[in-house]
Design a protein around this ligand. Sequence first.
Ligand SMILES: C[S@@+](CC[C@H](N)C(=O)[O-])C[C@H]1O[C@@H](n2cnc3c(N)ncnc32)[C@H](O)[C@@H]1O
Length: 269
Amino acid sequence: MEAPMSARCKALAGSELPVLPGGAAPYGNFPNYSCFHPPEGRVCLLPATLLSKLFPNPRAGPLLGLDVGCNSGELSVALYRHLLGFKQNHTNPEHSVDGKDLRLLCCDIDAELIERAKQHSPFPGFISYATLDIMDPSARETLLSSYLNKFGCSWFDICFCMSVTMWIHLNHGDSGLVKFLSCLASKCMYLLLEPQPWKCYRAAARRLRKLGRNDFDHFRSLTIKGNMAERITQILTRDCAMEFVCCFGSTSWDRSLLLFKSKEKKHLG
Ligand SMILES: C[S@@+](CC[C@H](N)C(=O)[O-])C[C@H]1O[C@@H](n2cnc3c(N)ncnc32)[C@H](O)[C@@H]1O
């Protein structure tokens, strides 16, 4: 069922992602991002039984998920509800439809967005939010290991990376994108990815030009370009020890949802 649209989103419906004064969203850290690309447009492509299919065996502890680039948390909450079979007004995470227990660690580079996510979280204690630049190795290892250690785990069962790859690529170049993908691959058993297509890169550069600013540092020098879903799949499967599992289809704004599985990690249960 589609969540009712908030008054805030109604006012923005049909408009394009904003050109913010001063290029204020250099990381894709748009306020109100979920009004432009609603979570429901992504989660409706995923089977509600996904967790049972991927993790059929009962296990002592909860499944652990990592949401990288969570913005203000709307998509994290929608994924959480959808994957546990919760209706819109369900606020008791003790009882998922098929007995699954899921904990999410959601991170974003933008501290204000994280603050908003914390304030509006319907499942505190089950979904945690933290400010993190995922490209900062030391901060990343500290946060992720301390979260995993609490559960006695060495990796996340599933990592979500939705509409983030382009921002890493534009800000850190080809080598940054490869490092990022390889880092995600090393941290999880399954990786669900929604890469932005190349046309979004051009639109992002255009938005900056409208503000009279130069393109992102790396835009012109990128050699990983063209069919981004295909290029990212190649990197993950050739260089990051992952295998392609399936594509869940495309959103109405032309982004595919791709699932990968680690070739190295073994199921705990
Ligand atoms: C376009 S939004 C996507 C939000 C959400 N995942 C979704 O699909 O609705 C991209 C998010 O990635 C975050 N981001 C970009 N670079 C990041 C980095 N290096 N570390 C953590 N988050 C980052 C941005 O702040 C922004 O909130």
